[in-house]
Design a protein around this ligand. Structure first.
Ligand SMILES: *[C@@H]1O[C@H](CO)[C@@H](O)[C@H](O)[C@H]1NC(C)=O
Ligand SMILES: *[C@@H]1O[C@H](CO)[C@@H](O)[C@H](O)[C@H]1NC(C)=O
Ligand SMILES: *[C@@H]1O[C@H](CO)[C@@H](O)[C@H](O)[C@H]1NC(C)=O
Ligand SMILES: *[C@@H]1O[C@H](CO)[C@@H](O)[C@H](O)[C@H]1NC(C)=O
Ligand SMILES: *[C@@H]1O[C@H](CO)[C@@H](O)[C@H](O)[C@H]1NC(C)=O
Ligand SMILES: *[C@@H]1O[C@H](CO)[C@@H](O)[C@H](O)[C@H]1NC(C)=O
Ligand SMILES: *[C@@H]1O[C@H](CO)[C@@H](O)[C@H](O)[C@H]1NC(C)=O
Ligand SMILES: *[C@@H]1O[C@H](CO)[C@@H](O)[C@H](O)[C@H]1NC(C)=O
Length: 407
C-alpha cells in the first residue's frame, strides 16, 4: 500500500467536490475538482551571498531597512556582499494539487502556479466568488490540472532564515525541484498528504504530468523567467503564462519603489497570524498599501481588498538583497509558447499605464526560441489581475491561448 493510500484510509476524508465554472457549450469539460493538500520535500542546492543590511526585528526596523537600502550610496546590493552561502537542504513545501474529477484530454497538462510577493498559493484559488476569481477553478473547468504551492517563507511552507536562505536562487530551485517531481510522477508518493479533500483517489494517487505549463504572478513570473534561462530547467517547461511581468518602456519612470511599500514586522502587524515569521521577514502593513500596489479603483471590489488583507503574506529581505545578483538572460532553450498578461493600469509594472509601452525587442531577445510569444492587457485592471473584477474573462484569454498553441 502506498504512503498516500495508507494516509487516505487512515484519515477521515471529507468529500468536497467543488463546483467550478464549466464553460457553456462544451461537453468535453469537467465540472468538479479533486484536490489534495501536500507537504512536498524539495531538495535545494544553491549558491547565494550574505549581505550587509540592517536586521529587521520590529516595525521601526522594517522602515529603517527600507530607508537604508534605498539610500543612494547603498543601493547597489552586490557591493553589500559579505561572503558566500552554500545552501544544500531539503525544504518542506506546502502545495495543493487539483485534478479534474473526470479524466480529460488535458488532465496530464499540469499548471504549476507561483504567486508573487505578498501572496501564497491562495492567490490562485480565491475563496470569495471562486467562479469569478479562482484560477484553479478556471483551469480545472478546461480540463487541466493545477499545482499551486506556497513559495518558501510563505503560507504552510518552511520559513527558514530570511537573510541568507530565502533568496532568489533558492526560490528558483524550489520551483525547478517541484517541476521535476511532478514530471516523474512522484508528487503524491514523495509527499505527506496533510489533508485530502477528494473523492477520487485513483485519479490522483499516481498523478503524473506529461506536460507542464508554468504560471506566475509578478515575482513568481520573474523567478520563472530566470529559471528558464537555465538550459536544464527550460526543457522542463512546455509553456508559460506570465502575469504581472511585462517588459516595457514605462518601467524606467516607475514612481513606486520599495519606499512606498510600508512594510511592517509580521509579528507586530498580527502576532497570532504571523507567529511563525521571525527576524528578516516583513509584510505590507495595511489595506491602503495593498490598494496602492495591487489595485485600480475601477476594477476593485472592496470585498477582494479585504480578502487580500486577510491572506497577505510576509516577504523576506533576502529576496530583495539577491535582486542585484540576478539578471534576466536569454532563455535559448525554452521552446514553448509564452504569454505576458498584465493589468492595463498596473502601477507597479508600468507606472500605471501599460498601453503602448510593451518592449517587444527585449522580450524577443529573452525568448529567441519560443514557438509563440503573446502579450495582453487586461482592461482596467491593476497589478493583481487575479483579484480584480472581470478576472475570469482574463483567465479565459490565457487558457484559450494555451489551447490555440496545442496545450
Ligand atoms: C475532448 O477535446 C479534445 C480536444 O481538446 C478532443 O481531442 C477529444 O476528442 C474530446 N473528447 C471528447 C470525449 O469529446
Ligand atoms: C545601512 O545599513 C548598513 C548595514 O547595516 C550600515 O552599515 C549603514 O550605516 C546604514 N546606512 C544608513 C544611512 O543607515
Ligand atoms: C518536513 O516534513 C516532514 C514530514 O512531515 C517532517 O518529518 C519534518 O520534520 C519536516 N521538516 C521541517 C524542517 O519542518
Ligand atoms: C485520460 O484520457 C486520455 C485521453 O483523453 C488518455 O490518453 C489517458 O490514458 C486517460 N487516462 C486515464 C488514467 O484514464
Ligand atoms: C520617462 O520620463 C521622461 C522624463 O519625464 C520622459 O521623457 C519619457 O518619455 C518617459 N518615458 C516613458 C516611456 O514614458
Ligand atoms: C553576483 O555576485 C558575484 C560575486 O560578487 C559576481 O561575480 C557576479 O557577477 C554577480 N552576478 C550578477 C548578475 O550581478
Ligand atoms: C535556439 O535553439 C537552438 C538549439 O538549441 C540553438 O542552437 C540556438 O542558438 C537558439 N537560438 C537562439 C537565437 O539562441
Ligand atoms: C473583461 O475581460 C475581457 C478579457 O480580457 C475583455 O474582453 C472585456 O472587455 C473585459 N470587460 C470589461 C468590462 O472590461
Amino acid at each position: 500500500m502506498s504512503g498516500f493510500l495508507a494516509l487516505v484510509s487512515a484519515a477521515i476524508i471529507a468529500l468536497t467536490q467543488t463546483a467550478s465554472s464549466a464553460p457553456t457549450g462544451s461537453s468535453n469539460t469537467t465540472s468538479t475538482k479533486l484536490c489534495v493538500q501536500l507537504q512536498i520535500p524539495v531538495p535545494v542546492v544553491a549558491d547565494q551571498y550574505h549581505y550587509d543590511q540592517p536586521q529587521v526585528d520590529s516595525n521601526i526596523d522594517a522602515i529603517d531597512w527600507t530607508v537604508n537600502v534605498t539610500t543612494w550610496d547603498m543601493a547597489d546590493w552586490n557591493a553589500r556582499q559579505r561572503g558566500t552561502v552554500h545552501v544544500n537542504q531539503i525544504f518542506n513545501i506546502s502545495a495543493q494539487l487539483c485534478v479534474p474529477s473526470k479524466n480529460t484530454s488535458k488532465a496530464d497538462v499540469l499548471h504549476i502556479a507561483t504567486a508573487g510577493q505578498g501572496f501564497d498559493r491562495r492567490y490562485y484559488d480565491v475563496e470569495i466568488q471562486p467562479e469569478e476569481y479562482s484560477y484553479v477553478d478556471a483551469a480545472i473547468g478546461k480540463g487541466y490540472s493545477v499545482l499551486a504551492y506556497d513559495r518558501i517563507g510563505t503560507g504552510g511552507s518552511e520559513k527558514p532564515d530570511a537573510y541568507d536562505i530565502v533568496q532568489i536562487p533558492t526560490d528558483i530551485e524550489v520551483l525547478a525541484g517541484l517541476t521535476k517531481i511532478a514530471r516523474s510522477g512522484d508528487l503524491i508518493s514523495s509527499s505527506q498528504v496533510s489533508a485530502a479533500t477528494t473523492g477520487g483517489e485513483p485519479a490522483i494517487q499516481d498523478y503524473q504530468a506529461t506536460k507542464v505549463v508554468h504560471v506566475g504572478h509578478a515575482y513568481g513570473s520573474y523567478i520563472t523567467s530566470i529559471m528558464f534561462a537555465n538550459p536544464t530547467y527550460a526543457i522542463l517547461s512546455d509553456g508559460a503564462l506570465m502575469t504581472g511581468l511585462y517588459f516595457n518602456f514605462a518601467m524606467e519612470n516607475n514612481s513606486l519603489t520599495v519606499l512606498n511599500y510600508n512594510h511592517a514586522f509580521p509579528k507586530e502587524n498580527d502576532p497570532v497570524r504571523f507567529a511563525e515569521w521571525g527576524s528578516g521577514y516583513f509584510v505590507l502593513d495595511n489595506k491602503q498599501t495593498l490598494q496602492k500596489l495591487f489595485f485600480q479603483k475601477a476594477t476593485l471590489d472592496p470585498a477582494l481588498l479585504d480578502y487580500t488583507e486577510a491572506i497577505k503574506q510576509p516577504e523576506s529581505v533576502g529576496t530583495y538583497s539577491s535582486e542585484g545578483n540576478s539578471t534576466l538572460t536569454p532563455a535559448t532553450d525554452f521552446t514553448g509558447p509564452i504569454m505576458f498578461f498584465t493589468g492595463e493600469f498596473d502601477n507597479y509594472v508600468c507606472n500605471g499605464d501599460c498601453n503602448g509601452v510593451f518592449d517587444e525587442h527585449f522580450t524577443n531577445y529573452l525568448y529567441p526560441n519560443a514557438t509563440a510569444l503573446a502579450h495582453y492587457l487586461q482592461p482596467g485592471a491593476g497589478h493583481a489581475t487575479g483579484l480584480s473584477t472581470n478576472a475570469s474573462a482574463g483567465y479565459e484569454v490565457m487558457l484559450q491561448y494555451l489551447d490555440s498553441q496545442g496545450l
